[in-house]
Structure formats: structure tokens, C-alpha cells
Design a binder for this molecule. Sequence first.
Ligand code: SF4
Length: 423
Amino acid sequence: MVSAIADKVRAGGRVSAGEALELYHDAPLTLLGELADRIRASKHPDGVVTYIIDRNVNYTNICVARCNFCAFYRPVGSGEGYVLGFEEIFKKIDETIAVGGGQLLLQGGHNPDLPIEWYEDLFRAIKERYPAFKLHALSPPEVIHLTRTSRLTVGEVIDRLIAAGLDSIPGGGAEILVDRVRKLLNCYGKATAGEWLDVMRQAHFKGLRTTATMMYGHVETPAERLEHMIRVREVQDETAGFTAFIAWSYQPEHTELGGGEATGLEYLRILALARIVLDNFPSLQASWVTQGGKVGQLSLAYGSNDMGSVMIEENVVRAAGASYCMDEVEIVRNIENAGFVAKRRNMHYDVLGGPFFREQDVPRQLSLATARADGDTSRPEELVNYPARSAAEKKARTRPQTNTENLPQNTEEPPQTNTEQHS
Ligand code: SF4
């Protein structure tokens, strides 16, 4: 009975997968909102809603995983593939610091020509230039990709990345943590549900905090959405390492999978259920980047206590058709208009202060930046320091130089590995 489950939630009880499914099917949205808001208020009684100023940088779009829901990646050898140079990334950090940001959310495709040493060199170079700047980097499938290219274990890869400057791990690549769904999305090869959860478990035991995400609205059933939530709740019971849960709807445009997009009301239903099920997660983020500012603001009445990131740059969701933008002024306006106090935070959800734009003049940001300007096909000079593994990259290194390319001089071929076959 829905009313009995609602009473249990009001009394602080934990719902089972079956009870959550009953709520999903039979509870009115208003009831779900009431329960979720009650939980949010009990966990965050100060009326504060937080947000972070960081930049979402996708260091490469070249990817061997080929998830069929992804409009962002380009296959190895594509003329539209890119790898950002270290200097380009430094410039993005300078721009982020100028608007009050202190972190990069750094994620990218599974590029066989970027070995673990490339990541280590990048992280070290960033920390050397910007010692206080934080790196929230490499989702679990990227960590697993590095285990395959380096032949190291998950634990060894995480240790090396921490030694180079990794501060925390973003919860991307989770999609739905059910292997039936992952096989249908062609993302089972990049990471099974168990592998994704294991990377997070190991990261937590090594002292890193991480987030968890869920991308719903494609081929999964309602029961599988709830199974996903229960699986991350179980890991959280074990480790307490997740800081926040972020759900967003699948964005279908330009993807191989196609189909339609879940509605705003469905988003609020999922969000409220997540707040009810994930009783051990301190925070729930609103996904305004997929839902837009107005539904993002409504999220604050359906369980969210955080507006996520000002973001500055976005490439992945935009490739699939969504292009919402909110700068700090707009995020704070939405938080305050909903009756909350807006505070800036870091990845650990420590409050850093009030809105940065009230302390310092910053230019309004009316659109999100992209990884690169259109038509920029330049190749970073430092790529020659790392062995080319793919046939396409080896060939690119022997092509004559053009005006738009900084072609490498070193054409020595290292031993080839089988990194393009893993997915
Ligand atoms: S979602 Fe990530 S891993 Fe999958 S194809 Fe896109 S870039 Fe590659």
C-alpha cells in the first residue's frame, strides 16, 4: 500500500526495491515530492542550496567504446577527432579561475593513443602550475580503459593517478548499472555494472570521494532504474564514499540508438524516488544541463539540495541536442527565488562562501564554451612523447604537415597492443 510505504518513509524507514517500485508506479508525484522534500530538509535543515564553479573539460572525443547512446565520440582516425594539448587545458584553467572556479571535471573518450603516462604528465603539470586547483577526473570506465592499455590493476591505476594529482572521481559512465541494459547500450564492454561499482569501492577505500550518476530513459525498465539505485546504496553502506547522486535523462539526438526523451515530470519522479531510496547519500544534484533551468529549479522541491556546476564548458550533452546554459548569476537567481540561501562549495561539499559574482566583477556567460573552436584540427605537440598504438595515429604521424596541424617529427613505432578490441 502506498500510504503505508509513505508512512514508513516519514518515520525515517528505508524502502526496499519492491516498495520503491510500488511508489514509482502508484504514488502521485505530489506525494513523492512531499516525501523527498521532507528528506532533503532533514539532511539540510539550514535552507542552503549549494553549487560549484568548475569547468567540464573533455580532453579527447576519440573513443573505442562506441556506446550507442553517445553523440559525442568520434572513432579512431576520424577527421573530427581531437586531443586537447596541455597548453589548451592550462588556458581553460586560467579562464576557470578568473570566474571563481577551483576545479576541472575532466573526462574523455577511451583513446588508445593516450597511455597512463599522458594522464600522469598532465595531472603533474596542472598541479605544478596550480597547486590548489582540484582534479575531479576520469570516470570508472576511463579508469578501466587505463587498466587495459597499461596492464595494471584498478588499484594500481588509481594509486598512480592519485600520486600524479587526482583528487576525486566523477560518477560518469554508470548509465544503468544492470548488465542486461549495458549490453543493449553497447557499454557492457567498457565497464560491467560490477566493474563500475568496484572502481568506486576501491577509490573510496583509498580515501577518494566520488559521485554516482544514472542516465535513464532509453531501454531500461522502471525496475532496473530502482535496481541501479539499490546497487549504489549498497556500496554507500559499505564505504560512505559517495558525496552525491546525479540523475539525468538520455538525450537522443544524433545518437545511433535514437528514440525520444523522457519528460520533465518523469525527471522529477525519478529524482524524488532517488531521494527516498538513497537514504545514505548526503546530496542530490539537480541536472539543469539536461532539464533546463526551470525544471532545475523545480528539482529543489523534489529532493535536490545542490544545483551542480556552473560548468563554463559542455560538449557531451550538447552533442546530443541539449544546450542549456546557466552562469553563476542565473543559478543563484534560481536558488534564491525558490527560497533558499545560495552557497558556493567544493567537490567535498564544504561551503566556500557566497556567490563569487557578488565579491568580484565577472562577465556574464550567456553560452557554454566548447572544447575547441569549430574547424580547429590542431594536434598537440606533446603527443609525440607517447607511443602511438592505433594504426590511424601511426599514419597521422607520417602525414606531411599542413597549415592547421602541428605534426610530430617522431615516427618510431612502439609495439602495438590490442586496445581497440576491448569493447
Ligand atoms: S559515452 Fe564515453 S565511453 Fe561511451 S562512446 Fe561516448 S565517449 Fe566513449
